[in-house]
Design a protein around this ligand. Structure first.
Ligand code: URP
Ligand code: ZN
Ligand code: ZN
Length: 487
């Protein structure tokens, strides 16, 4: 019997810190050796001229989830995970989303029932908390954190989801006590609804006005406010899907001042602009997401943030609603921008876009690419070192990239359940040839190789940070004259 199940030979291995020539030996789903002249294997892959990278982790995607308007995403856990795998992603972190009045426990149970029989790659769930009532704060959330659901998203906007600043403080304090991380959708809801009402009254209903109704200032004000709430009680926080320079600056300044504040951005803020929302007719609806894409200067600021440590995580925020009567046009063929479900797809193209424009054009090193697309998310969300790196003992989640493979992105080549991609016609160089999850070859020769339901749920543990969280760091704010016992 061969010593290894699989041997990847002759490739350039890259982690978040190093690049080196090594063969990678895999047994029982794990990496068991890195080196040269390793023993025999059941199957050998010649990776000469290719990059051997950790499989991507998409730490923000909406799969088989109802939007705040009650619309189900086009992708379920089968099409979503297949699509992710074809783009080099081997772990996804979608949401178990609570709508008001629902039990979080029940929502988690139902999300497991959806994912278990369908997912082809591994997955963990964040929670969405829209109803932080006594039962949720006192019992459900602490219990769920202990059970390994250690990150949850809250919204400062969307009528059906938003929480108040006071509720945010309750959630942050709880996360701090129990070793969890709060993710924040930061946009000022009153600013958005005030502008929206004025636009609609004056007849400005086309998709392009979605961008007008979600100005940068709504995002930067809410980001600063969220960070200040975290600062008040020294709680960790991650601001999701950042689109513009001021919010990015607030995140970097907060972290430089010693706070545990993280930032996430997404492809739509590097590769789309508000001009896309002006496309003819309802074409612009394809680009309506929140926050909206901005302009070339904002794109440059986001690139800078990927390089200077503002952003740790590059996620897709895949929110797939087809541009037809089942999705964005469910309210009719010509809805107002306020009736169009927010979100763009991007699960499959997230990595190729960043690889091509980032690594290929010299904006990011290969190691930075790995950090932003896999390792940092694994560390922040409690999956490291099992996921997010290539090391002895880690799961054999690997994408073997051909850095010379030129492709033109088109919806027909993608594997999601969508009827459009916002990146139609865009040329990229670099795409994974083979994708491996826990030692199983998932994608090879542009073909899916595994069965539905073969992905596994990933258990997590509350963060060690709770051990040091008893301290309130007075140096962060000299006016904060209450003690940690108040929390
Ligand atoms: O427009 C977006 N981003 N829709 C998805 C839901 C969310 O807020 O992340
Ligand atoms: Zn959001
Ligand atoms: Zn989202």
């Amino acid at each position: 019997m061969a010593e290894f199940d699989l041997l990847i030979k002759g490739g350039t291995v890259a982690t978040a810190s190093d690049s080196f020539r090594a063969d990678v030996a895999i047994r029982d789903g794990r990496i068991v050796a890195l080196g040269s002249s390793l023993g025999g294997a059941e199957r050998e892959i010649d990776a000469t001229g290719l990059f051997v990278l950790p499989g991507g982790i998409d730490a923000h995607c909406h799969i088989e989830q109802e939007s705040s308007m009650g619309l189900m995403t086009a992708d379920d856990f089968y099409s979503g995970t297949v699509s992710a795998a074809f783009g080099g992603t081997t772990t996804i972190m979608p949401f178990a989303a609570q709508h008001r009045g629902q039990s979080l426990r029940q929502v988690v149970k139902e999300t497991h029932e959806k994912a278990g029989p369908k997912a082809v790659i591994d997955y963990a769930f964040h929670l969405i908390v829209s109803d932080p009532n006594e039962q949720v704060l006192g019992q459900e959330l602490p219990g769920l954190i202990l059970d390994g659901y250690t990150s949850f998203k809250v919204y400062m906007t969307y009528e059906a989801l938003k929480i108040s600043d006071r509720q945010m403080l309750e959630v942050l304090a709880l996360a701090r006590r129990h070793g969890a991380l709060t993710m924040v959708h930061a946009e000022n809801d009153d600013v958005i609804s005030w502008i929206t009402d004025r636009l609609l009254t004056r007849g400005y209903t086309a998709p392009q006005f979605h961008a007008v109704s979600h100005p940068r200032i709504a995002e930067s004000e809410a980001s600063r406010r969220a960070i200040d709430l975290a600062r008040l009680i020294d709680a960790p926080m991650l601001i999701v899907h950042v689109s513009e320079a001021e919010a990015a600056r607030a995140i970097l300044e907060a972290r430089n001042s010693g706070l545990e504040i993280y930032g996430e951005t997404c492809p739509q803020y590097l590769f789309l602009t508000a001009e896309d929302l002006k496309r003819d007719g309802m074409e612009g609806a394809k680009f309506c997401c929140s926050p909206p894409p901005r302009d070339a200067a904002a794109q440059e600021a986001i690139w800078r943030g990927l390089k200077n440590g503002t952003f740790q995580v590059f996620s897709s925020d895949h929110a797939p609603y087809r541009n037809d009567e089942t999705g964005k046009l469910i309210a009719g063929p010509k809805p107002s921008f306020a009736q169009i479900s927010n979100g763009v797809p991007g699960l499959e193209v997230r990595l190729p876009l960043l690889f091509s424009e980032g690594v290929g054009k010299g904006r990011l090193s290969l190691n930075e690419f790995v950090a932003l697309t896999a390792t940092n998310a694994a560390k922040i969300y409690g999956l490291h070192p099992r996921k997010g790196t290539i090391a002895v003992g880690s799961d054999a989640d690997i994408a073997i990239w051909d850095p010379t493979w030129r492709r033109t992105i088109s919806q027909v080549m993608l594997h999601d359940a969508m009827d459009y991609t916002p990146y139609e016609g865009r040329q990229v160089t670099g795409w994974p040839r083979i994708v491996i999850s826990r030692g199983r070859i998932v994608v090879e020769e542009e073909t899916l190789q595994v069965e539905r339901g073969s992905g596994a749920f990933l258990e997590r543990r509350p963060s060690e940070r709770k051990l040091v969280a008893a301290r309130l760091a007075p140096e962060l704010d000299p006016d904060r004259n209450f003690g940690a016992d108040l929390l």
